[in-house]
Ligand binder design. Sequence first.
Ligand code: GDP
Ligand code: MG
Length: 160
Amino acid sequence: ARKSAGQTTMQMERTFIAIKPDGTNRGLIGEIIARFEKKGYKLVAMKAVKPSKELAETHYDALKEKPFFGPLVEFICSGLVIAMVWEGTGVVKTGRQMIGATNPLESAPGTIRGDLGIDVGRNVIHGSDAVETAEREIGIWFKPEELVDWDQTVKQWIYE
Ligand code: GDP
Ligand code: MG
């Protein structure tokens, strides 16, 4: 149950967001982080990683039978990934809406993929598709001690 912003027990969900190597190479890191930051979400963890094949395969395990799995893993491992955890009410679903449809040809203008990408194999960003998926992905990419416990003091101006 959600309590008022002044209380510390407010129920919050977390999502795993990653800027893929196309996004980092194209200089879109700041642009993407700014969208989550300005929305009001709380940054809980962030790191720069060049993922191992094992990490990428584990992350995309549900897609291992897809024809694009091999190229996808190779792409994710090809350069810098910015891995992040963002927290807030409804952040998983709203984060996916901010990211836009998987194929940028179908992502609405105003979304990250709609504004910044063209091709499905270069769609700039990853976001968890459900709360349970987010928990799994956060566990793959981060150690528990890398999740920062801090007070977003501005929260009284974001939550009623
Ligand atoms: P997402 O949750 O919107 O990222 O989409 P999925 O979980 O279905 O797929 C994971 C990632 O695989 C996508 O973000 C794309 O980078 C890639 N992908 C999905 N479908 C295709 C496809 O049809 N072709 C290619 N080349 N890549 C795809
Ligand atoms: Mg997905």
